[in-house]
Design a protein around this ligand. Structure first.
Ligand SMILES: [Zn+2]
Length: 145
């Protein structure tokens, strides 16, 4: 389960609308609760480094990710997930998304953006123990103020 504030949820969707028709991407920061839920306490936008195919690919610069992780830790936040948008495509993960997901136990949020307007926002948890048996599993998203 992913718990997220209305404000952060809206920010992800807004980011997707701003970068349309290209994909946006970013990081979810927060904490892991004892019951297994991930709680978002802030989001960080990333620049999409995939300039060759930015409409259906995203990539976060590793240096940017290290900086976001460090700044998060200073505030007591961990990286608990990632988000990106699917311009004019459903909010479902692609084979590429699964291939490029490596953070087990983290949430992968996908927002579809149709004709420039954010539509459905889904989240998937990366489960499994290694690269061979990993899966992206539907998870519940609780949006609350
Ligand atoms: Zn994707």
């Amino acid at each position: 389960m992913l718990k997220i504030k209305t404000e952060d949820h809206g920010e992800i969707r807004r980011h997707g609308e701003e970068t349309y028709p290209h994909e946006c991407c970013g990081v979810l920061l927060g904490r892991f609760d004892d019951d297994g839920a991930r709680v978002v306490t802030s989001t960080a936008r990333c620049g999409n480094t995939r300039t060759d195919s930015a409409h259906n690919r995203y990539n976060i610069d590793p240096k940017e990710l290290v900086r976001i992780q460090r700044e998060g830790r200073e505030r007591g936040e961990d990286i608990i997930g990632f988000y990106h948008s699917h311009p004019d495509h459903p909010a479902q993960w692609s084979k590429t998304d699964l291939g490029e997901a490596h953070w087990f136990g983290c949430s992968y949020v996908i927002t579809s953006v149709e004709q420039g307007k954010a539509a459905v926002t889904n989240s998937f948890e990366l489960t499994g123990s290694d690269e061979n048996d990993k899966r992206l599993v539907d998870e519940k998203v609780v949006v609350a103020s």
